[in-house]
Design a protein around this ligand. Sequence first.
Ligand SMILES: Cc1ncc(COP(=O)(O)O)c(C=O)c1O
Length: 491
Amino acid sequence: MEPAAGGQQPRRRPVSPGLLALLCSSLLLNAVFIAHHLFWPTRLGAGDSCCGLSWALQAAREAEAVAATDCSGHGRVFLDGVSGEDGRPGCECNTCFSGPDCSLRTPNCTADADSGNPLFLEPYWRRHAAASAVVFSGWHRISYSTTDGLFQSVELENHIRMLHRAVGNAVVDDKHVVFSAGSLQLINALVYALSPDANDADAPPARVVSAVPYYGNYKKQTELFDGREYEWGGTTAVWANASRNSTDRFIEFVTSPNNPDTQLRKAALGGSMAVFDHAYYWPHFTPIPAPADEDVMMFTMSKPSGHAGSRFGWALIRDEKVAKRAYSYVTESIMGASRDTQMRMLKIIKVILANLRTEEDIFVFGHDVMRTRWRRLNAIASRSRRISLQKIPPQYCTYFKRIRDPSPGTHHLSFCYSYAWVKCEREQDEDCHEALLKANIITRPGVIYEASKKYTRVSLLKSDDDFDVLIERFTDLVNAEKYAAPGVSSM
Ligand SMILES: Cc1ncc(COP(=O)(O)O)c(C=O)c1O
């Protein structure tokens, strides 16, 4: 800057008091904003409020606090976890991990691939924590009934219909919807609904049947509830060629895709009243050749979204009389599915719908996990002469074809299976479940499905940690084959 004419320094004008006050108040305001932003959330007490919220804040803070504890990535903290000495719930570790923060890995841990617990979807819901959170007050829907005195939420029913239409896995327009506490409850509810009336003393009991290998709970429940109007009739093969009376009545459970061998199935017994269990008829588990349109179908939320703990299932039933009987079974036994569960399911379905056919589509996520897991296990099994997996030719999956790259390619093929149906090929491995147990792999024995002992089911649905340990143990098993003398057990 040039000096002022005459060599005189310019006189500084004094800052006006008004400007000074403005500057100070602006600095003060900024400081208040920053402090508010940084410290406010931890200062609030139960009676404080923020952003138009008051009573929900404390619950939100508690939910966020447990979700923020990462337990070394091998466990989680839950709101209702057992309190430790500090009065707060501690980490619940995944199998094969221990310690206060789940950081200790158990060496040579046994892999547990028994249950179909769908924890593989937990990371999806962590990604969508904000959208899927549900908050409601202590007085919310404490009544026995919901809108219009019903036991079923009309809004949830509408969203279930929307979900089936959007996914294209079931025809809903001409069906009645009956909610239940998990689809497990529907097994007996539908057997009851399709059986002869209890007052009809002349009608012989309906025979409940299924084709081998079948989901064991059909038999278990039918025998447990032991009604006069129905009885367990065994496998469909027993009746396929048997001579029948005109009064014979069969209720056939058809699981499609099947648990345990993941095959898409049709009814095996002509003329039976079939109940189609479509627990796995969703795009991350199977190709969907066409929307299912059978008279009686059952679904569960456990497998599409992973919310097995919420215990929510529903039946789609064409005939009004059958639907009314199924509904009365659920009403008489539990007065309808839990209203809290219905609230949560509504939110979950809304999130699923909002993300359909985007990169955040739950079925895209689930399909990628299932496909990767199947490929990893299949790669190991294909090196083995001791074990083999079921062979199902991959099919084109129309659901993904619509979402992903429309050019023909292998990524439209569905290679994903929820369970591996493992066969032990060697003569001496008569009991496949026991043979794998000796290799520290827990599976579900084939006999539970009334299949041969040579088979056992391996679940691919559990957490990433569970699956990693499973792959380790299978790798050990197959590697050991190289060093075993022919005919000598390597386990
Ligand atoms: C074929 C089949 N049906 C029904 C169920 C029961 O599901 P939920 O009671 O969790 O709804 C299962 C669970 O694994 C299943 O595999």
